[in-house]
Design a protein. Structure first.
Length: 298
C-alpha cells in the first residue's frame, strides 16, 4: 500500500510518498517546492507567491499521477491559517488534486511534529525540546521520559521575523536588539517554563533551518541521518554567519540559495532559545510534521 502527505508550509510545500508494510514505511518520493507565501506579508498572500503555490501543486499532481497513492492527506499550516485570501490556494488544490486540505491549528501542528520526531528519536529517556521553525510559526514541544510537558505554537516564523527586522546587510545591532525584544515578549510562556526547568535538555531541531546547520557542518547527509552538535559548534557558526552580508552568505558551502535571506533570523531565533542556558546539545531530526501525518495514517 502507498500513502502520501502534502505539507503546505508558509515557506515550502512538501510532498512525501511512501510504501507501507507492517506499520513501517519506506520512502518512495520526496519533493520540496519553495513558495514563500508570506513574502509580501502573512495576513494577505501576494500574487507571485500564489502563482508559485499553484505551480507547486501542479508539479505535485504530476508526481501523484505517477505513484497513484491509495491515500493522500494535505495539511495547511500558519499562512493558510492566517491569510485572508488563503482560500484561493485551497480551492485550487481541491480542483486539481481532488482532495480538501486540512487547515490545522498550531497545537495540532505541534502534536504531529512530536509524532514524526518519535519515529526517528527515542524520546522515552531524557529531557527534550523539539523546535520546528516554519515560515509563519515555530512549534515547541518539551518532553521528559516520554511525556509531553509543554506544547505551544508561536507566531514567530522566519518569514515573519525577516520581514519585520532584517532590513540591512549585514543585519544591524539595533535590528537584532528589536528582534530579541520581540522574542522576549512573544515567547514569554516558553521562557517562564524553561526558567523552572532543571536544564540539561537536548534541543531537537526539525526544520529547514536546522538542515542548514547540518549541511554546512557535515556536508550532504542522508534523510535517515540524525546529527548531533555541541552548543559551541552552533554559536561559532552562527556568529560568523550573522556578521556576513547577503552576498557573502551566498558563498557559504552548504547554504541553499533559497535560505540565504532568512537564515540570519533563524539562527538568531535559535541563539535566543539557547541563551536560556538550559540546553546541553543540538540534535537534528530529519522527521517532523509530514512523518507525523504518515504515522497517523498508518
Amino acid at each position: 500500500m502507498q500513502i502520501a502527505c502534502i505539507d503546505l508550509g508558509t515557506n515550502t510545500f512538501h510532498l512525501l510518498v511512501v510504501s507501507v508494510h507492517d506499520k513501517r514505511f519506506t520512502e518512495l518520493y520526496r519533493k520540496r517546492e519553495y513558495v514563500i507565501l508570506a513574502e509580501d506579508g502573512i495576513d494577505t498572500i501576494g500574487r507571485k507567491p500564489i502563482e508559485r503555490a499553484k505551480a507547486a501543486v501542479l508539479n505535485f499532481k504530476q508526481s501523484l499521477h505517477k505513484f497513484k497513492p491509495d491515500r493522500l492527506r494535505i495539511i495547511g499550516t500558519e499562512a493558510l491559517r492566517r491569510a485572508s485570501n488563503g482560500q484561493e490556494i485551497t480551492d485550487f488544490i481541491i480542483e486539481h488534486l481532488r482532495e480538501s486540505p486540512e487547515i490545522i491549528s498550531g497545537h495540532q501542528e505541534a502534536e504531529l511534529i512530536y509524532k514524526g520526531t518519535q519515529l526517528m528519536i527515542d524520546l522515552s529517556v531524557g529531557d527534550f525540546c523539539i523546535m520546528d521553525i516554519g515560515g509563519g510559526s515555530v512549534e515547541f514541544i518539551l518532553s521528559s521520559a516520554g511525556e509531553i510537558t509543554f506544547i505551544q505554537s508561536f507566531k514567530v516564523g522566519v518569514t515573519v521575523l525577516y520581514n519585520a527586522f532584517h532590513k540591512s546587510e549585514p543585519i544591524s545591532e539595533i535590528e537584532i536588539s528589536h528582534l530579541v525584544d520581540f522574542l522576549s515578549s512573544e515567547l514569554k510562556p516558553l521562557l517562564e517554563y524553561l526558567g523552572h526547568s532543571a536544564g540539561n535538555i537536548s534541543l531537537i531541531g526539525a526544520s529547514g533551518s536546522y538542515e542548514v546547520l547540518q549541511s554546512i557542518l557535515e556536508g550532504e547527509v542522508n534523510r535517515s541521518d540524525i546529527s548531533r552538535f555541541s552548543i559551541n559548534e552552533f554559536y561559532t557558526l552562527s556568529t560568523t554567519l550573522i556578521a556576513k552580508n547577503k552576498e557573502e552568505r551566498s558563498q557559504i558551502k552548504g547554504l541553499p540559495a533559497e535560505r540565504v535571506n532568512m537564515i540570519v533570523v533563524a539562527f538568531l531565533l535559535i541563539s535566543f532559545v539557547l541563551d536560556t542556558g538550559k540546553f546541553k546539545d543540538i540534535v537534528v531530526s530529519p522527521y517532523a510534521l509530514k512523518e507525523g501525518v504518515l504515522s497517523e495514517m498508518m
